[in-house]
Design a protein around this ligand. Sequence first.
Ligand code: HPA
Length: 273
Amino acid sequence: MAQLREAASHIQTHAAGFQPEFGIILGTGLGALAKEVQVEHTLSYADLPHFPVSTVESHAGRLLLGTLGGRRVAVLQGRFHYYEGYSMPEVVFPVRVLKLLGIQKLFVSNAAGGLHPDFGISDLMLIEDHINLQPTNPLVGPNLDELGPRFPDMFAPYDHQLLAQAESAARELGFGPRVRRGVYASLPGPMLETPAEYRYLRTIGADAVGMSTVPEVIAARHMELPVLAISVITDLASPQHLKPVNIQHILAAAADAEPRLTALLKRVVEQQA
Ligand code: HPA
């Protein structure tokens, strides 16, 4: 808690009282959103006390404070993954700091493999539920009572109102059938899955699989933050579509979806009451 408070007060000092309404984690597929933000303050993770530093090349390590569609946002440009060697408390450190800065809602994106047979490359999936297959989770250890309860409820991990708003924004923007809902399974990675593992994930009810998001969502729900999370389907992992993938194809599919994901999220943020 002391480290979280120190990081938050450092940000408050350097951002002269800027008070964000919403937090956004820019995963793969949302990088371009940063260009839509009227940035007022940029803080490098390396300069923030106790912040982990990003090691993945495709992720910048910066906190942007500014406005998006006229709303005050705190944007985490670059996230931390368990496979990079961070502990789960490190993975969720930034989202906890954003909560201390006063955000009221959290928006998250990621890249994911599609398990639902109807999904196509570069479709967007609004996450409506998840299956946590990470080896551990950020709430293990002494509970941070100031953040939330020991046994947080997980009945509705993804906010129903935000899901409905995202669906109507997708309709208004004409993205219709390429925006779907589904269940996201989170695995540690960093390797992709074997064919048998993809079949197993489908069998247990997952529509998409990735290596992030669920730790941050668990931490957010512990703090009772409403969450909207969106996956970009970057490769197809259902048995009839499965073929070898590489990271270049994944990044290209994410880049293709980026303008739609950016427009969708901007519209939802603008419309918040
Ligand atoms: N599996 C796990 N993580 C991923 C995938 C996948 O197929 N695609 C993008 N991230």
